[in-house]
Write a new protein. Structure first.
Length: 424
């Protein structure tokens, strides 16, 4: 049984590549089934966020072609040349997979060190795979273990204590451009967790007015109401875009929400007053050419990295503590995994012992039926069962001694807790 992780993230691939291999919620179920139904892997979980796409795979048999098979599938599924993927892809195996997933779940591999959102995204990805029956014993154990370790890290370290996130970085940039936000209006596109965080940070920094746009008006209204904002649908954005000094967008749309033409019209209405835009989505929500317009400050999720770095220092020391916890927990998980190898041997040993016992007990019962005394039968039962169970081990130990296999003799002494006495 082989365990692999394939993926790319914000460290290995630009957003232009990441958005090409992103799995939308609608396609994720199909992708999971496609891998399992074509026997490409026996277990599979796919994590796909704006900053990473990762495939956690279990292969029943060790095969040098397993890695190539998944690479080719990913390339074909997203219609991307294999060479393009290979330039950005990382591959982990065995204990490296365990360590990587634990680090990701704890926020140690995120653009924002220690951010908690990734854990919820991993849980959603795992639950989707589990619901679609593409996980079994190994991945079930691995992901549940990752959730437990992430909780331990949050409890035992202060890695998540500082308010550092992509949403926080976006709001901090807006403050650098506009200064006091009391006189400004922000348009938030989407109603997910990232937009909710952005709304919270804007509200805490005394934003003047908030507009929330979402495909579903009900969700937009719920978020807007919490922060005294105004809710609209995506179709109404054009009518309100000129009101916005700040635009932060994070949806799961597969097409652009804002086009260059729409933004140009808004700029004319605003008489060229600048608009600060942050496109956190992958695939992107705002047409990239919008950034070429005068009076537009457009930042992608990758552009926020420099801002984020300034807010990480207080978490770095806590990250070292988290790494120590992970080192220990990786060892524990690998020990559990190795213990699976002996399960079949233990079952076979029990079955063999049970068979010997049944045969001897049946003979003992016939002896009772034939008039033998209970004392005779008990003596026969104990003597025969002991000799039967000891026969094969004794034969093998004598042969091991003859062949000079001292390690087998030592193992037997340890297994049965025998004294290490050599006869002379």
């Amino acid at each position: 049984m082989q365990l692999f992780a394939f993926g790319l993230n914000h460290n290995t691939a630009p957003v232009s590549v990441r958005e090409q291999v992103n799995f939308s919620p609608e396609r994720l179920k199909h992708a999971l089934h496609d891998i399992v139904e074509h026997d490409l892997a026996t277990e599979i979980v796919i994590i796909s966020t704006c900053n990473r796409t990762e495939l956690y795979c279990v292969f029943e048999h060790e095969n040098g072609k397993n890695v190539t098979t998944i690479n080719n599938w990913l390339s074909h599924y997203h219609n991307i040349p294999t060479q393009v993927l290979q330039n950005h892809l990382y591959i982990y195996e065995k204990d490296e997979v365990v360590r990587h997933l634990l680090r990701v779940a704890c926020g140690l591999d995120s653009m924002v060190l220690g951010e908690p959102q990734i854990l919820g995204q991993i849980k959603l990805a795992y639950n989707t795979a589990k619901k679609n029956k593409t996980t079994k014993r190994l991945l079930n154990k691995l992901f549940e273990y990752a959730f437990s370790v992430a909780k331990q890290v949050r409890t035992d370290t202060a890695i998540g204590s500082s308010p550092v996130s992509v949403a926080f970085a976006a709001v901090r940039l807006a403050q650098q451009i506009f200064g006091n936000l009391k006189e400004n209006t922000a348009l938030l596109i989407g109603a997910g967790e990232t937009i909710e965080l952005a709304a919270r940070h804007l509200h805490e920094n005394q934003l003047g007015r908030m507009i929330v746009a979402n495909r579903t008006l009900e969700r937009a209204s719920k978020l807007a109401k919490e922060f005294s904002g105004f809710a609209i649908t995506l179709e109404e954005i054009s009518a309100h875009l000129a009101e916005a000094d700040v635009v932060i967008s994070s949806t799961a749309s597969q097409t652009y929400i804002l086009s260059k033409v729409e933004v140009e019209q808004a700029i004319k209405i605003r008489k060229h007053r600048p608009i600060f835009m942050v496109d956190i989505a992958v695939p992107r929500d705002i047409e990239p050419s919008v950034g070429d317009l005068d009076d537009i400050y457009l930042y992608s999720v990758d552009d926020l990295n420099e801002v984020i770095q300034d807010n990480l220092r207080c978490r770095e020391q806590e990250a070292l503590k988290a790494e120590e916890i992970i080192d220990t927990q990786v060892t524990h998980f690998i020990s559990w995994w190795r213990s699976l190898d002996v399960v079949k041997t233990i079952c076979n040993l029990r079955e063999q012992t049970q068979e010997h016992k049944n045969n001897i007990v049946n003979k003992a019962k016939r002896m009772l039926d034939n008039g033998k005394t209970p004392y005779e039968v008990v003596d026969y039962l104990a003597h025969t069962l002991t000799n039967t169970l000891m026969h094969s081990p004794c034969v093998q130990l004598r042969q091991a001694s003859y062949d000079g296999q001292d390690e087998l003799i030592t193992a037997t002494q340890q297994l049965f807790q025998l004294p290490d006495d050599n006869l002379t």
